[in-house]
Design a protein around this ligand. Structure first.
Ligand SMILES: Cc1cc2nc3c(=O)[nH]c(=O)nc-3n(C[C@H](O)[C@H](O)[C@H](O)COP(=O)(O)OP(=O)(O)OC[C@H]3O[C@@H](n4cnc5c(N)ncnc54)[C@H](O)[C@@H]3O)c2cc1C
Length: 332
């Protein structure tokens, strides 16, 4: 395998060799699933190149701000610590990771990808014998005016991380799942007056959380409320919404907005090429095989029923075993 001119170690140093045209295995996404697949491939003596759009590998791990209660041997670490440890493993194993490189096109049949050049703004095509899609999930956004503009200036996705910033000031939480209701409770705990806006008439949240939220004097719940905008110039000042079957707009003044309306799989580049379920998750068979030969998937992008670190790590390993088996590196 020729190595990339931009193939970076996780430390970010760049080599000066010729650009890659072809690799054994390309892994799109360096979250838990992609990193695990690459480690196992390396263990089988196979080369893999991880391509990651973020400047730091680890994916959603960087969003876990509370101690992880359910992954073996992490002793209450938060996600950043686990990502750091995973990265140090990747470094020791000498994995090749291209960071800050967004994949913009994927051909499942041709087994190539185009990626943005991080500095030049052009694109480079990479061919591979096997493709592993480990692109995970992205947070759903409201898609209303003001949301993107005020992200980081009052619009947040995590009360665990940001609630103290809005302590004792009014906030809005948007959503009807467990994460939204939990965020409402967390904000109320630090003295915020909370308005919980939910677009449906029924909640999907855990019953015990919902009960606590309903009973909490600082939490006002508005159902069938469709958010229409986030207001503010330099920082969030309010949220507008209307009733699901009405036109009249209401406004609630607030300093913070927590958008907790769920996640969606990052399959937009392959949805018309590979079998997906109705929500867009890749459908995989045993060992992560997709509907295209030599194209595999691992982690949250194909695990609507079990989005977890353990599953992502396990599926990454299973995919690597399958590739190694097909390449005659392992029997059975
Ligand atoms: C707040 C929070 C708390 C959680 N708590 C727990 C917990 O307690 N226990 C637990 O087990 N799990 C928890 N999880 C879930 C867990 O973090 C995920 O299931 C797991 O990290 C998923 O890993 P993944 O590799 O499948 O996907 P991701 O982590 O989403 O990684 C996908 C990677 O692909 C990259 N990518 C996507 N598209 C492209 C592209 N076009 N080009 C280049 N790169 C691309 C992304 O940048 C990302 O780095 C939590 C998640 C969150 C957000």
């Amino acid at each position: 395998m020729t190595k990339s001119a931009r193939a970076r170690s996780p430390r970010g140093s760049a080599s000066t060799r010729a650009p890659i045209q072809r690799v054994d295995t390309l892994i799109v996404g360096a979250g838990a699933a992609g990193l695990s697949a690459a480690l196992w491939l390396r263990d089988f003596g196979l080369d893999a190149l991880l391509i990651e759009e973020s400047p730091r590998p680890g994916g959603q791990l960087h969003e876990i701000h509370a101690p992880i209660p359910n992954y073996l041997a992490t002793h209450g670490w938060d996600g950043a610590r686990l990502a750091g440890a995973a990265l140090s493993d990747a470094r020791l194993a000498g994995l090749s990771i291209l960071v800050g490189a967004r994949v913009t096109r994927i051909s499942a049949r041709g087994r190539w990808i185009d990626r943005e050049e991080d500095d030049a703004g052009g694109e480079a095509r990479l061919h591979a014998r096997a493709l592993v899609l480990a692109t995970g999930l992205r947070r759903r956004s409201l898609g209303v005016p003001g949301e993107a503009e005020l992200t980081g200036r009052g619009v947040s996705h995590s009360a665990n991380r940001d609630r103290e910033r809005f302590a004792e000031r009014p906030v809005v939480v948007v959503g009807g799942g467990t994460a939204a209701v939990e965020d409402a409770l967390l904000c109320a705990e630090v003295g915020s007056e909370v308005t919980l806006l939910h677009r449906s008439g029924t909640f999907r949240a855990r019953a015990d959380f919902l009960e606590r939220a309903r009973a909490h004097p600082a939490i006002r719940i508005v159902q069938n409320a469709v958010v229409t905008g986030v207001e503010g110039s330099d920082a969030v000042e309010g949220v507008t919404y209307r009733a699901r079957r009405g036109r009249a707009e209401s406004r609630v003044a607030c300093s913070g907005v927590f958008v907790r309306i769920g996640w969606e799989p990052r399959t937009e580049l392959v949805r018309d090429q590979l079998r997906c379920d109705r929500a867009g998750y890749l459908r995989v068979g045993a060992s992560g095989v997709t509907s295209a030969p030599w194209v595999f998937a691992a982690g949250d992008v194909c695990a609507p029923n079990c989005p977890s670190i353990a599953n992502a790590v396990g599926q990454g390993a299973a995919v690597a075993w399958e590739i190694a088996r097909r390449l005659g590196r392992v029997r059975g």
